[in-house]
Write a protein that binds this ligand. Structure first.
Ligand code: KG4
Ligand code: ZN
Length: 359
């Protein structure tokens, strides 16, 4: 039987996205970024984001349907991010999905944005449940055992900043361009990670929780010390600071991943795997560390291609297709949720999600 044709919509932060998917075939994936709109403000402005989503969603949908070589009439269901995220943006997507579902008389599926990220390795690699997921983005950092489309166990997560946020702040403090991740990584390649001492937060405590806000404070202190001593920063100073910072993020994430793997392997999965998703998964130093820890633990390591690691609507369409197969559709009472933890039983992480707008 031909799998259903799903239209996915994503508008929870600063990417307006639409995609058309059949089974595991991404027929089109349109992502309209908003970086320029927010550039003057040092972060995503929720009202600007919401307005931009409302203005651009229909164009993104028209483009996605056209590029897929199908038509709106052929769409079997509409999957939409219903949270967590910036409420104005999520509302734009949900209202659009309701309009389409009513107009086309097709089912609608409300999807958790984080589930979209977490299920991406099933879309790209056909990974079997249960697998371990490290979600590392600009707004999130958590370890999840993914058991099913709506069955997750959170093993730990950040109690303050997300790693991408820390990379972005580091770049800002050193006068490097945004987004910070790629520019800090490029500088770190030319630097000496041992010149400056950075803490390894929470490594002395058991479990898989993480903290990144102290690294930014450590960086600020060392930067100010160099400026006080020599009147400014040389390029080498910047490179060494980036290298030291990145090594600390890598070490903490790798060690906590080792612990998460131990907890996950207690379940005796038949084909154990760790998957990463989120923009920070692009970091080669982190990837190398994760690959080593997976090789040591004898488990598969997989990272979706970057375009599907960062925010997109194909992942929403895919998660929607799994929900649809289980008959888990939404009705017209579907509401937009600013917060929506994947693991409803996990204790809330102090401070987590308050600072980062992105998911
Ligand atoms: O997943 P994403 O596109 O957006 C969400 O947060 O949802 O992730 C963006 C984040 C930014 O903070 C960016 O600085 C970070 O991912 N990032 C990186 C790298 N490339 C992007 N962080 C470290 N190293 C990189 N190469
Ligand atoms: Zn995201």
């Amino acid at each position: 039987m031909t799998p259903p044709l799903i239209l996915g919509l994503e508008s929870s932060c600063d990417d307006t996205a639409a995609a058309v998917l059949r089974g595991r075939d991404v027929l089109s994936s349109v992502v309209l970024g908003q970086t320029q709109l927010h550039a003057d403000f040092g972060g995503v402005v929720p009202e600007i984001a919401a307005r931009a989503h409302a203005e651009r969603l229909d164009g993104a949908i028209v483009q996605a349907v056209k590029e897929s070589g199908t038509s709106l009439q052929e769409i079997d269901a509409i999957a939409v991010t219903a949270g967590p995220g910036l409420i104005g943006g999520v509302l734009s997507g949900v209202m659009m999905a309701k309009g389409l579902a009513a107009g086309l008389n097709k089912p609608m599926i409300g999807v958790n944005h984080l589930a979209g990220h977490a299920l991406t390795p099933r879309l790209t690699d056909g990974l079997a449940y249960p697998y371990l997921m490290l979600l590392v983005s600009g707004g999130h950092c958590q370890f999840l055992i993914v058991r099913g489309v709506d069955d997750f166990t959170r093993l730990g997560g950040t109690i303050d900043d997300a790693p991408g946020e820390a990379f972005d702040k580091t770049a800002r403090l050193l006068g490097l361009p945004q987004p910070g991740g790629p520019s800090v990584e490029a500088a770190a390649k030319k630097g000496d990670e041992k010149r400056f001492r950075f803490p390894r937060p929470l490594l002395d405590r058991p479990g898989c929780d993480l903290s990144f806000s102290g690294l930014k404070t450590a960086l600020l202190r060392q930067r100010d010390q160099i400026i006080a001593d020599q009147g400014g920063l040389t390029e080498q100073d910047r490179n060494d600071l980036c290298a030291g910072f990145q090594a600390a993020v890598r070490d903490v994430l790798v060690e906590k991943t080792r612990r998460a793997i131990t907890a996950y392997l207690d379940e005796h999965p038949s084909d154990p795997a760790l998957a990463v998703a989120g923009g920070v998964a692009a970091n080669m130093a982190l990837r190398a560390g994760l690959e080593t820890v997976c090789a040591t633990s004898n488990i598969r390591f997989t990272a979706p291609p970057l375009a599907l690691c960062t925010d997109n609507a194909a992942m929403i369409a895919y998660a929607g297709s799994e929900l649809l197969a289980l008959g888990k559709t939404s009705d017209m009472t579907l509401s937009a949720r600013p917060r929506w933890p994947l693991d409803q039983n996990a204790k809330p992480l102090i401070g987590s999600g308050k600072k980062g707008a992105k998911a």
